[in-house]
Design a protein around this ligand. Structure first.
Ligand code: GDP
Length: 301
């Protein structure tokens, strides 16, 4: 399908930003993500049972705007998807412990962010600790500057928020900063277009069978639709959100766990809606043949 023109695009509804957390080991990525997930409105509404499905959505505390966080830990998922040519993330939160500053994996994350051209916000973490002082924070700024990340308080334009994933300090501000950045990015997509998305995770679940978390980019995913992902396809049987609630529709920016797969798709696989099961089967077969052919060519080399 032709891409909408700029004018057509400006009429489409806004979609939530998709956010990934990166940073050095032990700087507090997991703790921060857990805090955000647990404080989420959706979770409170549905009794607090969360499932790990590779992503979750929250409503920012003041604006009430939705933000989608990828929960697939660390660089691996990010890299895998980039290898497959998919830029899934709109904004990266770079977590830097305020008492440890820039470390090797911080630098690695900065490289990925620069290469992918995604937006960056710095979260200086562990600000509840006494070891984090004005002085150590200044050191974080200058260490980041040495890696070509210039934050607002250091003469640059990259947003930087002081937080604690442990106490929750500054997390509201971080979420509203994400909303503000996404407004500038003006992220829009069509809820009525053909469904497009990406597989974040997949697994076989006891009593349920093959399941996959699909992050919808375009269109609205519904039970009964047929989708292709890589060399497999699925007639969508049921969908659940990250708070384990059955949902009937998943619009752009929404991650959902989908059942109905014949076989497991791979994470990073692109999801496209098919006209019918027959067409999906054909696409899957063609892709399988192509994959085999590529394998044979590799073997000859
Ligand atoms: P990750 O490897 O980046 O995911 O880091 P974790 O979230 O596992 O955190 C590493 C350690 O730092 C754990 O012992 C956490 O309890 C601790 N930690 C993480 N965030 C904070 C914070 O904001 N304040 C304090 N005091 N400790 C934290």
């Amino acid at each position: 399908a032709p891409k909408p023109s700029a004018d057509e695009k400006s009429k489409l509804p806004l979609r939530p930003p998709i956010v990934t957390i990166m940073g050095h080991v032990d700087h507090g990525k997991t703790t921060l993500l857990d805090y955000i997930r647990k404080s989420s409105v959706a979770e409170k509404e549905h009794g607090g049972i969360t499932q790990h499905i590779g992503a979750f959505s929250v409503k920012a505390p003041k604006s009430g705007k939705q933000i989608t966080f990828l929960d697939t830990p660390g660089h691996a998922a990010f890299l895998k998807m980039r290898e497959r040519g998919a830029t899934v993330t709109d904004i990266v939160i770079l977590v830097v412990a305020g008492d440890d500053s820039v470390m090797p994996q911080t630098k690695e994350a900065i490289k990925h962010v620069h290469a992918a051209g995604v937006e960056l916000v710095v979260a200086i973490n562990k600000c509840d600790k006494e070891s984090v002082t004005e002085e150590t924070i200044q050191k974080v700024y200058s260490d980041l500057g040495a890696n070509e990340v210039y934050v607002e308080d250091y003469g640059g334009d990259i947003a930087c928020v002081q937080v604690s994933g442990k106490s929750g300090l500054g997390v509201d501000t971080l979420e509203e900063t994400l909303v503000a950045i996404s407004e500038v990015l003006d992220l829009r997509s069509s809820p009525t277009a053909k469904v497009e998305g990406i597989v974040l995770e997949s697994q076989v679940k006891k009593g349920v069978g093959a399941t996959a978390t699909v992050l919808v980019h375009n269109g609205t995913l519904k039970p009964g639709q047929v989708i292709c992902a890589g060399t497999v396809f699925c007639k969508v049987k049921a969908m659940k959100d990250s708070s384990n609630k059955v949902i009937k529709e998943a619009g752009p920016g929404t991650p959902v766990e989908v059942t109905g797969w014949k076989e497991l798709p791979a994470s990073g696989d692109q999801v496209l809606q098919a006209e019918s099961e027959q067409q999906a089967k054909q696409v899957a077969e063609n892709r399988q043949k192509r994959a085999q052919l590529m394998q044979q060519m590799d073997d000859i080399k």
